[in-house]
Ligand binder design. Sequence first.
Ligand code: TYC
Length: 106
Amino acid sequence: MSDKDDDAEGDTSVVTKTKPKTKRPPLYKVMLLNDDYTPMEFVVLVLEKFFGLNHAQSVEIMLTVHKKGLAVVGVFAFEIAETKVAQVMESARRNQHPLQCTMEKE
Ligand code: TYC
């Protein structure tokens, strides 16, 4: 019998798999918080204006926040989420409403 590698005797092999590295960017939930003072109509307008929701969707989310204390308005990449939060907070500040909007990694 030959000592060449034409059979499996004593052979070892290492199989390495390289993961295709197509990492998706992390997503962030943008949430609206309830308070006792911000008018419901203002919250609905904010949802329509900055999140592109229709009137019915906006009323539904506003009522969820009103009843449960908070709701996720949408899920976005970091910079988009940051911009939405800043737009809501600036609009609330300009109109002197205590409305709070935050983001959190999903
Ligand atoms: N709770 C407010 C009210 O009764 C309405 C409201 C809803 C405020 C959603 C903030 O994110 C909010 N006028």
